[in-house]
Design a protein around this ligand. Structure first.
Ligand code: ZN
Length: 121
């Protein structure tokens, strides 16, 4: 089975497209993306850290669209090797403001079999 990041609430959940136990949301609406943020691609530690990013954004915005765009912009600018993302032009200012307020933590990106402890030291 798969551990995956819930893009809605930032908790780690069992099964990328199954309902999240914490928030009840099953999918971001983009199945590829749900699968992308799973332990098929990244270590459990990385998924947890990405979850902290989601939570920091959720703390400053209650608009699901903006939260999602802000998270995607964060990942694509801090870790362009993970994914690329172009926000809609009329959203950019808004989501940059959200990221400034949220001040998300840094994420150390590790593949599923990497030893995360080694990277932190
Ligand atoms: Zn959730």
């Amino acid at each position: 089975m798969t551990w995956a990041l819930c893009l809605n609430c930032g908790e780690t959940k069992f099964g990328a497209i199954l309902k999240c136990e914490h928030c009840g949301v099953s999918s971001s609406g983009n199945r590829e993306l749900d699968m992308f943020f799973s332990d098929h691609n990244y270590s459990a530690g990385t998924l947890e850290q990405l979850g902290q990013v989601v939570k920091s954004i959720n703390a400053v915005s209650d608009m699901p669209d903006e939260r999602f765009c802000a998270f995607m912009l964060y990942v694509s600018t801090r870790h362009p090797e993970m994914l690329s993302y172009e926000p809609e032009e009329d959203m950019i200012e808004k989501i940059e403001e959200i990221l400034r307020k949220a001040d998300p933590p840094d994420v150390i990106v590790a593949k599923p079999n990497d030893d995360l402890e080694d990277k932190i030291q």
